[in-house]
Design a protein around this ligand. Structure first.
Ligand code: CA
Length: 221
């Protein structure tokens, strides 16, 4: 799950980045409105956390333009405390949720996870598939009741496949959502992660359509 944090206050931006990374997200951040507009228009994110007061272009204008351009990723808006008009304007501009500042990081992470789940069509934090059980809040994946020890990258890949389990996910999409715009990303990296996961989960747990992508079967076989 790839998230963009748009916040011009360095301290909050850093805290948000650390908390979301610890929660299993691939986190990118930017501090400038115009840059945020460009990133949201051109990159695929599973979630955007958007501050409203930003240099060069304000958050509401950014959000309106994204929605005008057909960008549908979930957006959580950060508003100033007590300004109900900002919240209304945010929702009217296409925000999926909002949180007034100052906020508790735990609440932000919980809302972030819920938004990503809902966007993928799943309401509950606990999802099962075959003999796999994912607890998104605890960041725990178990197979036949046995916890699987996964690296951050392996966990992100399984969660992405879990959220999109009704289809085969193209390798290019996995690259985008697991590595972001990291220059070092390539197809072999994904294959290596899949190989490691199959070793841990059983070869049958992840299926593939050759030359296209991967899907979660959820049974070790
Ligand atoms: Ca600000």
């Amino acid at each position: 799950m790839r998230v963009l944090v748009v916040e011009d206050e360095a301290l909050i931006r850093t805290d948000l980045g650390e908390a979301l990374t610890a929660a299993g997200f691939l986190t990118e951040s930017c501090r400038d409105g115009a840059e945020a507009l460009f990133l949201g228009d051109t990159e695929d994110y599973d979630l955007v956390v958007l501050d409203l007061g930003l240099p060069s272009l304000d958050g509401l204008s950014i959000l309106r333009q994204w929605r005008d351009h057909g960008r549908v990723m979930p957006v959580l808006v950060l508003t100033a405390r007590g300004t109900w008009s900002e919240r209304v304007a945010g929702i009217e501009a296409g925000a999926d949720d909002y949180l007034p500042k100052p906020f508790h990081m735990e609440e932000l992470v919980a809302r972030a996870r819920a938004l990503v789940r809902r966007a993928a069509g799943h309401g509950s934090a606990i999802q099962t598939l075959g003999d796999l059980r994912l607890d998104g809040n605890q960041m725990r994946l178990t197979q036949q009741g046995r916890p699987l020890k996964l690296t951050a990258l392996e966990y992100r890949l399984v969660v992405y496949l879990f959220h999109h389990r009704d289809r085969t996910v193209p390798v290019t999409e996995l690259l985008e959502h697991l590595y972001g715009d990291d220059e070092s990303r390539d197809v072999n990296a994904i294959e290596a992660v899949i190989t490691r996961l199959r070793r841990k989960m059983g070869t049958g747990a992840i299926g593939n359509r050759r030359g296209f992508g991967y899907y979660l079967r959820g049974t070790a076989e």
